[in-house]
Design a protein around this ligand. Structure first.
Ligand code: C5P
Length: 395
């Protein structure tokens, strides 16, 4: 049964970003009912909400009276998300007002409620709003954001609604089964850089999105998460212990230090396979070298292999393989060879190339284990990461 999510939208300009919130829930397979307030509909119209949620959108307290809609929606919901939550919405929630369909739905529900406030800084800092937010928190309502940044007018400050992705992650974390409770998960993310001189390096296009998605999903499942990261282009989720490194050598030592305390190790980082034998201590000038020259490269340590070599009983170690071969069978057989060579518990294979694989994009990965059957997951990096973590206990 899909997760039933209610997205309540109140009337603030950030309502346009709530469209993406709805979209992200739908892409992850949730059944979404959007309940916009009357003023939200002045910002974003009904057809948009219906099309994006793929569902009809109730707006009036007196719609669907025969099915007692004003309470049924709340009773059936697994999760309620209010984005944006204006100062007025925050006050109505704190007061327990039931004057519209969103109000009755929230009151009639036992589902977790997550709100993403959005308003100008002065309003957010106003004593009335502060008191209302405190009241909501004390009742167990989860408050995501607001963030600091550019507001609608010329002003900047606290009050900007959190990014849709952050809201969706925080909300889903409220309902994720706590399958990793008490487990320690160590994740490597990003791409290492191997210096040639103080300004140049050999690197790769990894953004760290997959490692960060794994971290978010592991957190949501109750794990204690450590991320050893190199040159992330996405932000680390709150609540993880982050260790920043740059080179493969630094990543090796950070991971080896963290290894004993962890139960599951996910090696999602793109680690350089070679580094320059000589690293100049000053910027190499064109005049230092002939027209054509070859830096001498040497192999970097294979971190995954080192971790497997030091593995303690019961520790699970998963490698990742980014492959460019377009033929799926060839890709899979290369990954199976890696599984044998590296002796990890599993290899997660994904296709990368010019237009696929890097950044916050939809992806497809194949989980390869000693079993001849492999499992393929497709979707956003978050949903793929979640399903990978759910498949791990099967190993
Ligand atoms: O051999 P290949 O680089 O394709 O293997 C990929 C897996 O090995 C990834 O999990 C990657 O993080 C890991 N790796 C490593 N150390 C290296 C190179 C890759 O741990 N030097």
């Amino acid at each position: 049964m899909p997760l039933r999510v209610i997205v309540g939208v109140s009337g603030g300009i950030a309502a346009y970003k709530a469209v993406t919130v709805v979209r992200e829930f739908v892409l992850r397979g949730a059944e979404v009912t959007v309940i916009p307030t009357a003023s939200a509909l002045r910002f974003v119209g009904l057809p948009t909400w219906e099309a994006i949620s793929r569902n009809s959108v109730p707006v009036d307290l007196f719609d669907g009276v025969a099915e007692v809609r004003h309470v049924a929606l709340g009773q059936q919901a697994d999760l309620i998300v209010l984005a944006p939550a204006t100062a007025h919405m925050v006050a109505s929630l704190a007061g327990g007002f039931a004057g519209d369909l969103l109000g009755t739905t929230v009151l009639a529900s036992r589902a977790p409620v997550v709100i993403a406030p959005a308003m100008h800084t002065e309003m957010w800092e106003n004593a009335a709003v502060r008191a209302n937010v405190d009241t909501l928190r004390s009742r167990g309502i989860i408050v995501v954001g607001p963030e600091s940044g550019a507001l609608t007018g010329e002003d900047t400050g606290v009050g900007r609604m959190s990014e849709p992705h952050t809201i969706v992650e925080a909300a889903l974390a409220q309902v994720a089964p706590q399958t990793l409770k008490g487990r320690h998960v160590l994740i490597s993310a990003g791409g290492t850089r191997e210096p040639l001189d103080p300004v140049r390096y050999l690197g790769n296009r990894s953004t760290g999105a997959m490692g960060v998605a794994l971290a978010e999903q592991a957190l949501a499942r109750g794990a204690e998460v450590t991320v050893v990261h190199a040159h992330l282009e996405v932000s680390l989720p709150r609540g993880v212990a982050g260790i920043a490194v740059s080179t493969s050598e630094e990543m090796l030592s950070a991971l080896m230090d963290a290894q004993p305390a962890n139960d599951i190790i996910l090696m999602a980082a793109a680690v350089a396979d070679w580094r320059s034998v000589e690293v100049s201590d000053h910027k190499i000038h064109k005049s230092d070298k002939p027209e054509t020259w070859e830096p001498r490269l040497e192999r970097t340590p294979d971190i995954l292999q080192e971790l497997v070599g030091a593995r303690r009983p019961g520790q699970m170690i998963v490698g990742f393989a980014a492959e460019t071969d377009l033929d799926p069978e060839t890709r899979e057989s290369t990954a199976r060879e890696k599984l044998v060579a590296k002796q990890s518990d599993a290899i997660v294979l994904n296709l990368v190339g010019d237009r696929v694989g890097f950044g916050e994009v939809e992806t497809a990965v194949t989980l390869i284990t000693a079993s001849p059957q492999s499992l393929t997951f497709e979707g956003t990096k978050s949903s793929v990461a979640g399903r990978l973590l759910d498949a791990l206990p099967e190993l």
